[in-house]
Design a protein around this ligand. Structure first.
Ligand code: TNX
Length: 512
């Protein structure tokens, strides 16, 4: 809007209720409603206390953990008391689910929500209202001011995810936890872990020890790979849960199964184990559809994961099964669905699963680049026709492993180059004919790791595109505009610097 061009005016598209020289808050994702309270600021001091009322879960201690490191203040978390110089977190009957409201006055910051999860989402907004240095891991100089503001907020979609491919390159528990914290700042609530692929099997399964010990022993490029013990996986699940993030584990099949096929000769139709694979081709492997052992294995694996995973979904992959006939593929989906259901979970899978018979409550994750009624949209429509919901991850918009431009050192370009604006400027409810708002469960940004090795690599590809996808998932359609988003994104740059996030300084964004 024109406002953004007026010096001294708030650089966002909101009404100019803020007093001059007090910039409107620059939040990502944009809340449903933000009203500035002119002339008011709250200042966090050495004496500030965090009042976390009963039922507020981890939100208070999580906030304290962040604020203590950078402010050096004690910031005790207490259950009640003082009305002044406090940040208070309380449950209220006015909101539900992830919704929250935040009110900043001269003497207090008041956060309320219907659930602990809602309070946790609200804490992320409060972090972004504080100066960027609040994100540092060492003590910084204040003042620690929060602009006077009233925020009312709730998410547009229930599933706001990111996927980490720990199969092509293995990432340690610590690396996954670091990524969880960065995602939490943008109100991501789902972590999809791609636990198996041709290049590696990454989770120990009782009774099938060679899956992890041999199938997990390498990765793309021939490095030493790795796998999670069940205790490791449980640590990740718990760490995510403390941030109100649901883990969705994926065991891919019938394609993308070479690491498992290499681990046990009897999984193969010809009883011969192929060698381990460290390249980046796709589509060459398949479970043996006719063999009972395939389903004995899947029952054990999915049963184990169901018991270790509190969330409602098991992701069964189903993508790019180019070495499985169409008839075998349909047979396979028809058999794996009831296995997932028998273990008390709902089935998620890539959009191809729409070609098979889906159990009630299934989720199809759309990764194709086709739009409208193009042929590549057929399977997701078939899934919707069976009552499935859709998570949108179109590769040319939502894939974090696509290069930004032709100079990007990391990543791939088979789905095109994906600059920040490409990642942001689309809508999940109007991409595919027959997949409308009511069919869309949410959005997800997958980070495939053929070229991704270090934390710096993860950061570079995820930031700033993960926040773009997170906003698509959270903010009301009407609140989203690229011209405004790029300014709010720019304000995140100093926060990422304080967090030591190696982000991509896109030329589309006016970084400070
Ligand atoms: C396609 S998209 C894949 C992955 C690759 C990715 C690389 C999909 C469901 N499968 O196996 O890692 O492209 O961009």
């Amino acid at each position: 809007t024109a406002l953004a061009c007026v010096p001294g005016a708030p650089a966002t598209a909101r009404p100019a209720t803020a007093t001059p020289h007090v910039a409107a808050p620059r939040l990502v994702p944009e809340p449903s409603s933000v009203r500035a309270v002119p002339g008011v600021t709250f200042t966090l001091t050495r004496a500030t206390r965090i009042v976390a009322r009963p039922g507020s879960g981890t939100a208070g201690t999580y906030l304290a953990g962040i604020l203590r490191r950078s402010t050096g203040y004690r910031l005790p978390v207490v259950a009640g008391g003082a009305a002044h110089d406090v940040i208070s977190l309380a449950l209220s009957g006015r909101e539900q689910g992830e919704a929250y409201r935040l009110a900043v006055s001269r003497t207090s910051v008041r956060l309320e929500a219907g659930t602990a999860e809602g309070l946790f989402r609200g804490v992320q907004t409060l972090r972004q209202l504080l100066p960027p240095a609040v994100e540092a891991s060492t003590v910084q100089r204040g003042p620690w001011t929060v602009p006077g503001v009233r925020v009312e907020d709730s998410p547009r979609f229930a599933w706001r995810g990111t996927m980490l491919d720990v199969a092509r390159h293995f990432f340690t528990v610590g690396q996954v936890e670091r990524y969880i914290d960065l995602a939490a700042l943008y109100k991501i609530n789902t972590l999809h872990l791609h636990l198996s692929d041709d290049q590696g099997w990454r989770i120990a399964i009782d009774g099938w020890p060679r899956l992890a010990s041999y199938g997990g022993s390498t990765e793309v490029g021939g490095g030493k790979g790795g796998y999670y013990t069940q205790a490791d996986y449980t640590r990740i699940v718990r760490y995510a849960a403390e941030r109100y993030i649901t883990v969705v584990p994926e065991i891919d099949g019938p394609g993308h199964t070479n690491a498992a096929l290499a681990s046990y000769a009897r999984f193969n139709c010809d009883d011969k184990a192929p060698p381990l694979y460290t390249g980046t081709d796709v589509g060459f492997s398949s479970w043996c559809i006719a063999k009972p052992v395939t389903y004995e294995l899947l029952d054990d694996v999915l049963g184990r994961l169901a018991r270790l995973t509190p969330g409602p979904y098991l992701h069964i992959g189903g993508d790019e099964a180019h070495s499985t006939t169409a008839a075998d593929y349909a047979t396979y989906i028809g058999r794996i669905g009831p296995i997932v259901t028998a273990h008390g979970k709902k089935m998620a899978g890539w959009n191809e699963i729409g070609a098979g018979r889906l159990p009630a409550g299934s989720v199809a994750q759309y990764w194709n680049t086709a739009t409208g009624s193009e042929s590549g949209t057929r399977t997701v429509r078939e899934a919707v026709a069976q009552g499935a919901k859709v998570v949108m991850s179109p590769a040319n918009r939502a894939y974090l492993d696509m290069k930004y431009d032709e100079n990007t050192r990391l990543g791939q370009d088979w789905a095109g180059l994906v600059e920040v604006r490409d990642a942001y400027d689309w809508d999940p409810a109007s991409l595919v004919d027959g997949v409308t708002e009511k069919d869309v469960l949410g959005v997800e940004a997958p980070l495939w790791s053929e070229t991704i090795v270090t934390d710096d690599d993860i950061d570079y590809m995820a930031f700033p595109r993960l926040p773009a996808i997170a906003e698509i998932g959270w903010s009301p359609r009407a609140a989203r505009a690229w011209s405004d988003f790029r300014l709010r994104l720019a304000a995140q740059g100093p926060r990422w610097s304080a967090l030591s996030v190696n982000y991509y300084r896109s030329p589309q964004v006016p970084w400070p």
